[in-house]
Design a binder for this molecule. Sequence first.
Ligand code: SF4
Ligand code: SF4
Length: 369
Amino acid sequence: MSFKFHKEVETCVDCRLCWEVCPVNTVRGGDVYTPQEKIMSLAKVIAGDQLSQEEMDNIYLSTRCGACDDVCPSNIPITEIIQYERALLAGQGCEPQNTTGISRNIMELNSPGGMDPAKRFDWVTSDLEMDPESDTAYMTGCWIAYSQPQIARSTIRLLNHAGVKPRLLDQERCCGFFLIDNGHFDQAKERAVDFVEYIESLGVKKVIASCPGCLTTMRDHYASLYRDPDFEVLYSLDIFAEMIREGMLEPKPLDLTVSIRDACPLRDMKDIPREIVRSTGAEINELFDGRHVCCGGPAGLKPNFPETSADIAMLSVKDYKTRSEALISYCPFCMHHISGVCNASQEELDMRDVSVLLAESVLGKDGAL
Ligand code: SF4
Ligand code: SF4
């Protein structure tokens, strides 16, 4: 039998390295919910055969963090295969109801959580300076706008301090990252077309994003879903690192030991957040001795398997507490997920975003509110 990804799946050498790095497997244990087993279901999914409950669950028991891709000696695109299986299952009407519901929220209400679109810019405070005529826009993103507004405020204050006044995108909407994770390619393309054309119609030439999900979706995925936009998508932390090097931002020392939670979509550029954190004088003690472990929230794991998702979040919390005073993140969804899990279990947590830490260092405590 031959099918898409058939050759890739056949090259599995059963080394089980992917088992060891998978956060789902770490908390679930056993030999059922492994990355390897996820890709072994592909022939059945393509054939439309009935999957067992375990096989079905396993395809959705993934944050698509990419840790398995990184270690596979056969270079099997495990996360791409999971995405493809999800696309097929969605087409067969078999995906979890929560996944369908969140996708509908994105398409109809412009955010995964179905939040009130009229409240998207409630994070804007009177001290923030925007220029509606600027050709540089700030993309807030859903999780920052509705859950972690301090990230947006710190980002704008730092930009303002360095003389940059961006505009907002009045018709900002969810970038569609969740749709891509779950193989909803037609919806993701519709989103890409509408959003790219809207931003271009404003004459915007640069979009600054703080959220790793928004950044990679708009910078990398829109080009393959639709076309290269007529604007650049820039990462706020890249801009801040450059501003620090050029003396436009001058961090003052913070007396703090920290561990950094890396963001899965940006796990190949870990140096930039570390450069910024070091500039504040904070001492970095690497989480998991430098191993990458997802927060446990993305790609539908949180709504579909809340206990597994929470258990994965607690891995980071427990580990940072053995090493540092604070957990530092640069992903609003990691912050949203981990702080929610800690609130629910009354676990103490000192978790801060890199931009917020930098704002505190450059501007003082008020810069970080
Ligand atoms: S992407 Fe992450 S969560 Fe999903 S199978 Fe691979 S290691 Fe496990
Ligand atoms: S790491 Fe790759 S080759 Fe090894 S068991 Fe997993 S999928 Fe197979």
